[in-house]
Design a protein around this ligand. Structure first.
Ligand code: BGC
Length: 442
């Protein structure tokens, strides 16, 4: 296994809202959204989630047993506001005691409800509030955190939360959600500066996590190709271009605000890539189109979109998402081709699948890590792989149904039981670390 670079980061990713539970924090937009009848598939709420806020020692023990060299968790803005950073102090110290590098995401979708009430990401005030919070967290944890992820997946917050309304805060703004993308990018840029100002230069790497995956046209027809390009533009280039190239793609620049574009383009130390599945796009009204996006039925809203979705021919996860390991290598190639000279080192900050049958997760891991090694051999500069996710957790609008975890969680007792895939990844990490070493001690 000579094919991972020296000191590669190995581990898992989680997010605060999906695992912590509500104790000790104020309400977030997801608590409010989950209370809407019909918003969450199984009618559940994130009130308990995996109770990680009380089960912290269990989670730390699991990370130790996995042999993880990094753990990507998220800091809950509404928890920090309500009860400070005590929980994260304990988490970070527990990680360091086990030789695990702490990678802290500062925003993984859980906007405090009172911030939303003042306009949330529709207001230009929120990015500054977020940067203040980011600076305060960095000032406190900056002596120990090795990697900062400012924002997780601004595209999902924009598209699912504000354009289509299928995620919190549940707005149906359609194309009027475009300024939300800009505010999230501003928040990333201003937070990057705030973290740099609050920490010792070079003490940590700063980046953000974008979900990117290959987009193909359903056919060679001009209309399908145009629809695929538009989808790629709105879902990928809209977010990555201003960060890596300093401006919005020409095709959309006129529609986008321009405030603080210099901050948005603040250099980052790594780009987090969340890879799930490729998308096949057709022109609206195409006969082969489905009414779902990545297996999620978006009801009537999909009909108003300027593109339609066509199933990718591949086995699917329990959520109906196609499993295409090759897509990870393809995406790494696309990024290098699209941003030559502008692409920082990459970390796979998420990759995983909703699978009740854990044997399929082992195959998923084997195949995706195989594709990753191929991409690295072909020249991709990838510095780590963080599997989504450690635990079966609260999967947003899908509730507790989908099983993304290497570890099962009993919904009544919260007892954690590692699955065979946990042992598989533990052995894979051990072999890779034996050959290539651990990352330098944090
Ligand atoms: C998100 C995670 C989520 C995962 C699976 C990513 O978009 O960052 O929070 O659980 O996908 O849906």
């Amino acid at each position: 296994m000579a094919d991972y670079p020296d000191g590669f980061l190995w581990g898992v990713a989680t997010s605060a809202l999906q695992v912590e539970g509500v104790r000790g924090r104020e309400p977030s937009v997801w608590d409010t959204f989950a209370a809407r009848p019909g918003a969450i598939a199984d009618g559940s709420t994130p009130a308990i989630a995996c109770d990680s806020v009380t089960r912290i020692e269990d989670d730390l023990a699991l990370l130790g047993d996995l042999g993880a060299t990094a753990y990507r968790f998220s800091v809950s803005w509404p928890r920090v506001e309500a009860s400070g950073l005590g929980y994260y102090d304990r988490l970070v110290d527990g990680l360091l005691a086990r030789g695990v590098a702490p990678m802290a995401t500062l925003f993984h979708w859980d906007t405090p409800q009172h911030v939303e009430d003042e306009g949330g990401w529709r207001s230009s005030a929120t990015a500054s509030l977020f940067a203040e919070y980011a600076g305060a967290v960095a000032a406190h944890l900056g002596d120990r955190v090795t990697h900062w992820v400012t924002i997780n997946e601004p595209r999902e917050v924009t598209m699912l939360g504000h354009a289509l309304g299928v995620h919190a805060p549940g707005h149906h703004l359609g194309f009027d959600a475009l300024p939300v993308a800009h505010e999230l990018l501003r928040a990333h840029g201003l937070a990057t500066r705030a973290i740099r100002a609050a920490t010792v230069a070079g003490s940590a790497a700063i980046g953000l996590a974008l979900s990117h995956s290959p987009v193909t046209a359903a056919t060679d027809d001009e209309a399908d190709r145009q629809a695929a390009d538009l989808f790629d533009l709105l879902n990928h280039r809209l977010f990555a271009d201003p960060i890596l190239l300093g401006g919005y793609p020409a095709e959309i620049a006129e529609l986008m605000p321009t405030t603080d574009l210099d901050a948005v383009a603040e250099p980052i130390d790594f780009l987090g890539l969340n890879y799930y599945n490729p998308t096949r796009v057709a022109a609206p009204g195409s006969e082969a189109a489905t009414s779902t996006i990545d297996g999620v039925d978006v009801g009537g809203v999909g009909d108003a979109l300027p593109f339609a979705f066509v199933p990718v021919e591949a086995p699917v996860t329990d959520l109906g998402w196609p499993i295409v390991p090759r897509g990870l290598a393809d995406q790494l190639r696309i990024l290098r081709e699209r941003y030559p000279g502008a692409l920082p080192p990459l970390i796979i900050t998420e990759n995983g699948a909703a699978l009740a049958d854990d044997r399929r997760r082992i195959a998923f891991l084997e195949d995706h890590l195989g594709a990753l090694r191929e991409a690295i051999a072909a020249g991709a500069d990838v510095r780590g792989y963080l599997h989504w996710s450690l635990l079966d957790n609260w999967e947003w609008a899908e509730g507790f149904g989908p099983r993304f975890g290497l570890v099962a969680v009993d919904p009544l007792t919260q007892e954690r039981t590692p699955k065979p895939s946990f042992a598989w990844l533990r052995d894979h990490i051990a072999a890779a670390v034996a050959l290539r070493g651990r990352p330098p001690a944090p």
